[in-house]
Ligand binder design. Structure first.
Ligand code: GDP
Ligand code: IMO
Ligand code: MG
Length: 434
């Protein structure tokens, strides 16, 4: 099987980085296809911890091509900082490739992100303030810069001459610093970016398609999660990109028939950062216990993540939009301290029961979770036995929890993660690439 996408099934932070790292030993290319450095993907290998934002997770494995696809948004200055950090941790970036069609995040996008949040007031989305939304706005408005512009200084000058006056007028009310920016100073800065990163910028769609033609193994690395998708998530409390199955094709520059499998990453409970509806959210102090036990604090912003029980209405919504052929359950070890584990299988809204995730925020705010209570595995804590013995060494209640998810989604759970480290993973399938 030469192509596999790994996509978050909830509101992000499901453990995608860990799962990608577990599976990418045999991959030749690892491709980010959407989002930007709003993402925070953690990889733990022994005593080394990598926190990746804009770089694909495959960058930490020597000999891989780590591709930033055309559907992403890229803050070059922050990417250069991230490159310096991963290089200092011993990773090599020779395999980095950046699509010449990737959109650039400019400083004014970050300022606008903050300003838009301020004007939204009580309806703020709770963005990462990385400039993601405004950068995608400019892409859609056809006034954005792209990585390929950095390779053509004369065309870049023309583009700056056209874009800067408009942006300066727009920014006058927000940012005095922007008023001092001249076409020459902006050109010098961007031309410097081209000199630093130009050798990595290319047509990554051609690169990926040729790799697939040659039978190479290609992984697509989702950022955020299905419920943050611009179309199918909890709009407007979403990110500004296509996080689901279709986003893989448009964001990597491949046709739909080139995607063989989609692995959905499901955290054994639910978390969300920022605002927006969350039907199974815990309140009244119980959320703090789960937050502490799971270390649920954002990798990018440090914000505490909201916590709640597993919601299979959400997972089935994500399954339909992403086409999950396999699931990976992560952080199941975090649920060790519970006698009983409620799992939501439907919502009750205005007296009616539904298994479908509604578009309406007000309906979601009125939705009550319908729970099935499963027996917990309180007291179990033998990760070491599971690392050695695999599935057979799991407590029966944990196996039942996994079986319940399989039954209600109709998708096999092929991976179970019981710790942050690469080794703390049960692989029930083994053969991922044939
Ligand atoms: P991502 O954005 O989906 O890649 O996930 P994050 O890296 O933002 O958040 C997942 C967090 O959980 C990270 O700190 C991981 O190191 C950690 N993690 C991943 N899998 C497991 C697991 O199975 N058990 C535990 N306890 N931690 C995990
Ligand atoms: P990874 O890839 C969790 C959330 C923000 C906010 C909303 C919009 O690590 O799973 P944005 O800055 O994208 O405009 O913010 O999306 N968000 C994430 N939440 N994990 C992420 O990435 C996220 N990236 C954005 O908190 O609610
Ligand atoms: Mg994250």
């Amino acid at each position: 099987m030469p192509s596999l996408a790994v996509i978050g099934s909830q509101w992000g932070d499901e453990g995608k980085g860990k799962i990608i790292d577990f599976l990418d030993a045999q991959a030749d290319l690892i491709v980010r296809f959407q989002g930007g450095n709003n993402a925070g993907h953690t990889i733990v290998v022994g005593d080394k911890v990598f926190k990746l934002h804009g770089l694909p997770s495959g960058i930490v494995r020597p000999g891989k091509l780590a591709v930033i696809g055309n559907g992403t948004v890229l803050n070059i200055e922050e990417l250069l900082d991230e490159i310096a950090t991963v290089e200092a941790s011993g990773a090599n970036i020779d395999g980095l490739r950046i699509s010449d069609r990737a959109s650039l995040i400019m400083n004014y996008h970050k300022k606008l992100d903050g300003a838009e949040e301020k004007y939204r007031g009580g309806n703020a989305v709770g963005t990462t303030k990385k400039g993601i939304g405004p950068a995608y706005q400019d892409k859609i408005a056809r006034i954005g810069f792209r990585a390929g512009d950095l390779l053509e200084p004369e065309a870049l000058k023309e583009k700056i001459a056209f874009t800067l006056p408009y942006k300066k007028d727009l920014m006058k009310m927000l940012d005095a610093e922007m008023c001092h920016c001249t076409p020459e100073s902006l050109f010098d800065k961007m031309n410097g970016w081209g000199q630093k990163l130009g050798r990595y910028i290319c047509d990554t769609s051609v690169l990926i398609n040729e790799a697939l033609d040659a039978g190479k193994n290609v992984m697509f690395e989702g950022a955020q999660g299905a419920m943050l998708d611009i179309d199918s998530g909890t709009y407007p409390y979403v990110t500004s990109s296509a996080t689901c199955g279709g986003g893989v094709c448009t964001g990597a520059g491949i046709a739909p028939n080139r995607l063989d499998e989609v692995l959905g990453v499901v955290k054994a409970y639910t978390t969300r950062v920022g605002e927006g509806p969350f039907v199974t959210e815990l309140k009244g102090g119980d959320e703090v216990t789960l937050q502490k036990k799971g270390g649920e604090f954002g990798v990018t912003t440090g914000r505490g993540r909201r916590c709640g029980w597993l919601d299979l209405v959400v997972i089935n919504h994500a399954k339909r939009l992403c086409g999950f052929s396999s699931l990976a359950i992560t952080k199941i070890d975090v649920l060790n301290d519970y006698e009983e584990l409620p799992v939501c299988t439907a919502y009750k809204i205005d007296g009616e029961t539904t298994r479908y995730f509604p578009a309406s925020i007000s309906k979601l705010n009125r939705a009550e979770p319908v729970y099935t209570k499963l027996k917990g595995w309180k007291g179990w804590n033998d990760t070491e036995a599971v690392v050695k013995g695999g599935w057979d060494a799991l407590p029966q209640e944990m196996k039942d929890y996994v079986a319940f998810i399989e039954k209600h989604t109709g998708v096999p759970v092929d991976l179970i993660s019981i710790g942050a480290d690469r080794d703390e993973t049960i692989d029930r399938r083994h053969n991922w690439w044939n």
